[in-house]
Every structure is written in C-alpha cells, then in structure tokens.
Ligand binder design. Structure first.
Ligand code: ASP
Length: 325
C-alpha cells in the first residue's frame, strides 16, 4: 500500500480568524484529508490535487491529499467510511465506487449508505491505447489483433472495480476474447510500463493519456464517448465500428455518512468554488477532462447519480460473472 501526503495550504489559512471559522460552516478548524484510492500521478490523484487546492483557498484551511491504494479503491473507501464524520476526512473516488457495490460481495461498508456524497467534480472520456510498437494503426486493426491473439496480449487495470477494469470488461466482451489482465495500483504505473513496452493494451482516462498520446509515446485508437473530444484527434468507438465500448469516468467527493448537513453544504460549496478556479480549468482543459457543472456538484445530484450508476453496472458485472472476492 502506498501512502503519500502532500500539504496544500492557501495563503488565507495563515489568516484564520473566528469570522473565517464561521465561514467554514462548522467544518473543524484543522487540516482536511482527501483520501485518494489510486497511485500518485494518475488521473484520480491529479484531479484530487487540483480540487483540493481550490477548496483550501475557499475554506481558508489546509487540505492534505493522501494516496491509500489497493483493492480497486476499497481500502481507501473503507478507511473513510470509518472516519469521524466531521468533514475532515474525505474520499475522492470515481465510477469504480459504483461498480464495487456489485463486484465485491463482502465489503465492510455500504457504497451508498456509509457515505455522504458532496458533489461530482469531473467527467473524462476513456481512451483505448497500446504500447508504442503495437502492430495496429486504427481501431479495426487493434480489435483484429485482440481477436487473433487473445490471452497472448496483456491488458492493464488499476484494481478490480477501477475504471480501467470496467472499460477492459467492455473491450473484452466487444472482442469476444479474454486478455491476460495485469493489476496496478493506479494508472500512473500502468502507463509507465506500457511506454516501456511491458503492457500491450490499456483503456484509461484521457486525464492520464492525453499528454502521452500527443507526444506519441503510446498509440491511441478511439475515445469511448458518443462524441469526439476537443484536444484529441481520435474517432469515437462508434465511428470506428465498436459502439458497445462506451463509458465516461466521473469523479466525486464523499464525506462519511453522518456528517452534519451544514458541513456537507459548506464542503460542497467549496467544491463548486474550486471548479471555478482558473488554474483548475486550464489543467482540466489540457487533460481533456470536463469539470462538473454547478448543478451536478451538489450532494443531492451526486447521491442520485451514484444510485443510478450502481444500478447501471450491476447487470453488466453479473453478466460477466466475475467477482473480486
Ligand atoms: N485510472 C485508474 C482507474 O480507473 C485510477 C487512477 O489511477 O486514477 O481505475
């Protein structure tokens, strides 16, 4: 398990006064920890650090990012579910939080009931990519290789239940072939191995792959959204003949269940403030990642969306018949 802490302190934190404390809406006046379930340098980590920076500025207090990796994000989620519900220990998680509800039959927490969703923060296309010398130049060739070689090819993922693994399920079911999957603690180490030629194929967030695609350090074939994304010269999977490989990876921030409603509201307002920050918007743009609109960055929307996503992935995972336990 990797633990890494980084302190993000805004200048305002140094000026903390009782008036500012009130402005925190009951959030205790000490550092907030955003627990990140995947490795430093990957998409969840990058998004978390940008959001944490903006929240620190808005709240006038420190926000610490801590990477607690392993088991598809369930170790980090379990830790936050157990934390004191006062708003100082939070979880940044993605679509994988919804899928683990089905994929893991013995979780020590309830994906929906043990958390207070605070707001969605982002959406990103997944990209189908391969090592730099992979023998295919378009999605048809990529799928042909997979159909011909099957288990002779390696497919990376960041733990069972992670976005990469879900996209890998869609890819393998579209190809009608199983690949040899290799688990990593996040997308960052997986991409490093792919650039070095040790992993053949991967389906990963544009947040992570866009810079490597632009620098031609990996090959890229398609984005998994119904429409193309600006900033990446790639067809959609539907345009390239594989309409069933369709998913976007959303991220959201959670507090433990039982966090007072006014604290939830204050933290949610801080997310919305962070999503208006110039630096975050510029970085998200470079990483082809959509910030959540203000109407989606709310507890009510996030709670509803999580429930829909749990229901959406349940039959897909059950049909695949593969569980993590
Ligand atoms: N991309 C990883 C996953 O989707 C998570 C990460 O490294 O942020 O499972």
């Amino acid at each position: 398990m990797i633990h890494r802490r980084t302190l993000l302190t805004s200048g305002a934190a140094l000026l903390a006064t009782p008036a500012l404390a009130q402005g925190r809406g009951g959030v205790p006046d000490r550092a907030i920890t955003v627990t990140v379930p995947f490795a430093a340098g990957g998409p969840t980590d990058v998004i978390s650090r940008l959001v944490a920076e903006g929240m620190a500025k808005d709240l006038g207090q420190s926000v610490v990012v801590e990477n607690v990796t392993g088991a598809g994000g369930t170790i980090a989620a379990g830790r936050v579910a157990q934390a004191r519900p006062d708003g100082t220990v939070l979880l940044m998680h993605h679509i994988g939080h919804a899928s683990t509800a089905t994929l893991y039959r013995k979780l020590p927490y309830d994906v929906q009931e043990s958390f207070a969703p605070l707001g969605l923060v982002s959406d990103a296309a997944m990209t189908l990519v391969a090592r730099p010398d992979f023998p295919a130049d378009d999605l048809a060739g990529f799928m042909r290789e997979i159909r011909e070689k099957g288990e002779a090819l390696t497919l990376a993922h960041a733990g069972l239940g992670g976005a990469n693994q879900l996209c890998g399920v869609l890819l393998q079911s579209a190809a009608g072939r199983k690949l040899t999957t290799v688990a990593f603690r996040g997308s960052a180490p997986a991409i490093t191995d792919m650039i070095a030629g040790r992993i053949d194929v991967f389906c990963d967030q544009a947040t992570n792959t866009a810079p490597f695609i632009r620098e031609k350090r990996i090959k890229a074939y398609a984005v998994t959204l119904p429409q193309r994304v600006p900033g990446l010269d790639l067809p959609t999977t539907a345009e390239a003949g594989e309409p069933d490989i369709l998913m976007s990876t959303w991220h959201g921030l959670y507090a433990p269940a039982g966090t007072p409603p006014e604290v939830q509201e204050r933290l949610s307002a801080a997310i919305r403030a962070a999503l208006r920050e110039e630096r975050l918007l510029t970085r998200f743009g470079e990483l082809v990642t959509q910030p959540a609109g203000a109407e989606r960055a709310t507890p009510a929307y996030h709670r509803r969306y999580l429930a829909e996503e749990v229901a959406r992935w349940r039959p897909i995972i059950q049909a695949a018949g593969q569980y993590a336990d």
